[in-house]
Write a protein that binds this ligand. Structure first.
Ligand code: ADP
Length: 211
């Protein structure tokens, strides 16, 4: 299984290197009746994707790695900070009504609730707000801190974490988003960003497109 779509020329280069490696870029170009410059982008793609390896003064050789091995290696190089989005936060004192308005206006599915120091105290999902809305309470006077999921039960991540581990958390905990946090000196968590299923899908697509 290949994880990225190779064009005909790249497939041809792979065959040449498989059969003749180590082989220089010049020699590959000769075999294909192309210039070295024309070949350069293809060689760069094949090397970056991990199909080929290049050694100075030796040339290119085939790594023999399968698509699955390369996918795993590449997944283990993607960090939260590369894909995180801006968090949408509300204060713990706002009403459920205002939180619903914010969710619509900001076009997000999860709000993070913060205290006066901008530190994480809770999470509000669409269902939390829907559940409160089908009750008999007055939404404009009901504070969000009554209905939110609160600390310390919040799954968080940090910007240096691997994105794949956040993806596992989303699945294991059956949630849609986690806040990206930074611990403060007094043990609180400052909210810096968010990772949602959309960010993970974007990473997945860029892996397939190899950029
Ligand atoms: P939805 O409710 O729209 O399906 P989720 O699946 O994200 O969205 O939320 C399910 C429940 O988990 C909600 O009660 C929500 O407050 C809670 N939740 C959401 N994100 C987190 C998180 N990062 N950590 C802990 N609980 C969360």
């Amino acid at each position: 299984m290949r994880t990225i779509e190779l064009n005909k020329r790249q497939e041809h280069i792979l065959e040449i290197v498989k059969d003749n490696g180590p082989i220089t870029g010049e020699q590959i170009a000769d075999r294909l009746h192309l210039t070295r410059a024309t070949l350069r982008p293809d060689l760069a793609i094949l090397t970056m994707a991990g199909f080929l390896d290049a050694r100075p003064r030796v040339g290119y050789f085939y790594t023999g790695k399968t698509g699955t091995q390369l996918l795993t290696e590449n997944l283990n190089k993607i960090y939260v900070k590369e894909y995180q989005s801006i968090p949408v936060v509300v204060s713990e004192n706002v009403s459920v009504y205002d939180a619903i308005v914010t969710m619509f206006l900001e076009d997000v599915g999860t709000l993070f609730v913060v205290d006066s120091k901008s530190c994480l105290v809770g999470v509000l999902s669409r269902k939390d707000l829907l559940r409160a809305s089908i009750g008999k309470q007055e939404l404009s006077t009901l504070p969000v801190n009554i209905i939110m999921t609160r600390m310390p039960n919040i799954t968080t991540c940090e910007k240096e974490d691997l994105l794949i581990n956040v993806a596992k958390d989303l699945i294991d905990k059956q949630i849609d988003a986690v806040p990206v946090v930074k611990p403060t000196e007094n043990g609180d968590l400052e909210v810096l960003g968010r990772i949602t299923k959309t960010n993970i899908t974007k990473a997945f697509v860029s892996l397939a497109e190899n950029n």
